[in-house]
Design a protein. Structure first.
Length: 626
């Protein structure tokens, strides 16, 4: 077994309470690495097409990677995956904090949860052992109280807890899983899958150690990072994400009023520098990370924000703030806290509320529909109230809890024009009218519109970390924002394959390691004789497997498309005279398919599958070639 792994995968069947340990061989680890790679493998192998995401046949997979728990900054992450109840396709999300590292210290590389409990339970994993425990007394409680009670029951304040609140219990389709109260496996509805299985929490404690091949090399890399902190990660270290809201307005990247507008007068109120001056009480980091980019905030009356739940990062500030037309920092911070209390994805929650606000302003929804709320853009108090309604599926929240795609089908009346999603996943807080390859990424990502499986074009405009990394793969010159040329699509493919690789190795993208350094880290941890190209092809292998999962579920190239709003200019601001061009995007999609070794329908051809070493997946698409 290579260094960096325990060689043990825990399988828990909640229906019959069987608990078993599996021991994959080294070839399995080398092929699929961990994290998103494990998720793609197990979903393809074990989840039959057409199953109900809320049924016992769905699998919920918690997976660490070879770097998780290694003694180097940025390696505390883990992945969570299942068939998504929001999209009906490949569901996967990553989360920071220390839970993943604790799982590795407990002697496991992954946990596969199958079946469905008849009563609420939680899973207690400790030093290679596991037990299913009663959680009826926890059902209905928020994540904070859940964590406190579990730690008290187990007599250990260092137990790491991944849990759901009312949002997950009530099967809100974009419910997330909250780790240590401040971190979220946020996207694609993994918390709802957890709730459907009556699984309230997974508590983990380990006293082992992640063994690595070359600890001295890891110490050298950590020294380099710490010595270059101010140059490479000053804003993250001091403010977290959300610095430069003014630049977001100036460039057009900041979503305003459901991606409709460009100007937002209150942007400075939501800036991370404002948070630092007003409500911040400190910064915190994930496992072994010296950047410490996570905000801790505290607010008294009337909002009463508990610092245990951290503070809002960029996605929440924009989704619950500017995208809802709200510039009240304290209200946005409260809404973010509620998302963590209730286990709701802050991105999807904000986009769902913005959708409802636009429907209200367009007279598609009335006060009767909104439970008497004046749900106009900018109404901070109403925005916060709707977060709770979504979590408990009350009133208008019952509809919004379905996600904007289903909500628009329920509401009708032309509301689909206001539903900002791809494949059912709400669009995150980055503007494809500005970043053209990002738009391509939203279209083709197996999870739907996802900024974590993507490339942000701004990194290619001039010399910097992204271009420096890609230069090792032959991308040698800057590429303009508006470009969707073959050269940019090539850069996009290389970069996104690396992002998928990051999600499988489980290394944080905020750490300023370039591709060469990441390759060095993998070798130092595992002892493998690998290369940058070999690792990138692993990312391509995992991307292709996720694609096949979606094809098997009935997705087609028609689903690789963006909301029509992005093909028209914003109503004001710098992007009021420009937009995505539909023909350019279609041409880019066709070239992307070809470069990926997929046919014109977006189906991977057999030769590509054999090249990637996953010829076994051809059986899932062979009928498409008959």
């Amino acid at each position: 077994m290579p260094f960096g792994y325990n060689g043990r995968v825990l399988r828990v069947n909640l229906s019959d309470e069987r608990i078993t340990i599996e021991k994959p061989d080294e070839k399995f680890y080398r092929m699929y690495l961990g994290g998103e790679g494990f998720v793609a493998y197990y979903l393809l192998r074990e989840v039959k097409p057409g199953i109900d995401p809320f049924g016992p046949e769905n699998k919920l997979i918690f997976a660490a990677g070879p770097l998780t728990g290694a003694p180097i900054p940025g390696c505390g992450r883990n992945s969570v995956g299942a068939k998504s109840p929001l999209t009906g396709g490949f569901g996967e999300s990553e989360v920071g904090g220390s839970w993943g590292a604790e799982l590795k210290r407990a002697g496991l590389d992954a946990v596969i949860i199958e079946g469905k409990s008849s009563e609420p339970v939680y899973l207690w994993v400790h030093d290679g052992e596991a037990e299913i425990r009663d959680a009826k007394h926890l059902w209905g409680k928020e994540t904070g109280e859940t964590q406190s009670i579990i730690r008290e029951e187990l007599g250990d304040k260092l137990v790491r807890v991944a849990s759901i609140g009312p949002g997950g219990e009530n099967l809100v389709r974009f419910a997330c899983i909250i780790v240590d109260l401040r971190d979220a496996a946020g996207r694609t509805g993994m918390g709802a899958v957890m709730g459907s299985k009556k699984l309230k929490a997974v508590a983990v404690r380990g006293r082992g150690k992640v063994e690595v091949h070359n600890p001295e090399r890891l110490r050298d890399l950590t020294r380099w990072l710490n010595q270059n902190m101010d140059k490479l990660a000053y804003n993250l270290h001091n403010y977290g994400t959300g610095v430069g809201m003014d630049a977001g307005v100036a460039s057009g990247n900041l979503p305003v009023r459901n991606f409709r507008d460009g100007l937002f007068a209150g942007h400075e109120n939501l800036d991370a520098r404002t948070i630092k001056r007003t409500i911040s009480i400190g910064m915190e980091g994930c496992y072994a990370c010296s950047i410490r980019c996570k905000k801790i905030v505290k607010i008294g009356e009337p909002w009463n924000v508990d610092p245990s739940y951290g503070g809002p990062e960029y996605e929440a500030l924009a989704a619950l703030g500017s995208n809802c037309g709200v510039d009240d920092l304290q209200a946005v911070t409260k809404a973010n806290e509620l998302c963590n209390r209730y286990s709701l994805d802050a991105i999807s929650t904000g986009v769902a509320i913005a959708f409802a606000m636009e429907c209200y302003e367009n007279n598609i929804l009335t006060r009767k529909d909104t439970d008497g709320l004046d749900l106009r853009f900018g109404n901070a108090e109403a925005m916060v109230k709707v977060v709770e309604k979504i979590a408990y599926r009350k009133g208008v929240g019952k509809i919004l809890a379905e996600g904007v795609r289903r909500a628009s089908e329920i509401i009708g009346g032309g509301s689909e024009r206001s539903a900002m999603h791809v494949k059912g996943l709400e669009v995150p807080m980055h503007e494809p009218r500005l970043k053209r390859a990002l738009g391509l990424g939203y279209a083709v990502s197996p999870t739907g519109a996802d900024h974590a499986h993507n490339m942000h074009d701004t990194g290619l405009v001039s010399a910097g970390p992204m271009l420096s990394s890609l230069s090792s793969l032959g991308i040698l010159e800057p590429i303009p924002l508006e470009d969707l040329s073959p050269g940019k699509i090539r850069a996009f493919i290389y970069y996104v394959n690396w992002r998928v690789l990051d999600n499988s190795l489980l290394i944080c993208v905020f750490l300023p390691w370039d591709f060469n350094q990441k390759t060095d880290i993998v070798t130092a941890v595992t002892g493998w004789n690998t290369s940058m190209w070999d690792l990138m092809k692993t990312g391509e292998r995992i991307t292709t497997m996720a694609r096949i999962f979606n094809l098997r579920e009935g997705f087609t190239k028609v689903d690789d498309w963006l909301p029509e709003r992005f093909f028209s200019p914003k109503q004001d601001g710098v992007l009021s005279k420009t937009s995505l061009d539909a023909e350019n995007l279609r041409n880019a999609l066709e070239l992307y398919y070809e470069m990926m070794g997929w046919d014109k329908r977006g189906v991977p051809i057999r030769a590509k599958l054999e090249e990637l070493g996953i010829g076994w997946t051809y059986e899932y698409v062979s009928n498409m070639f008959q």
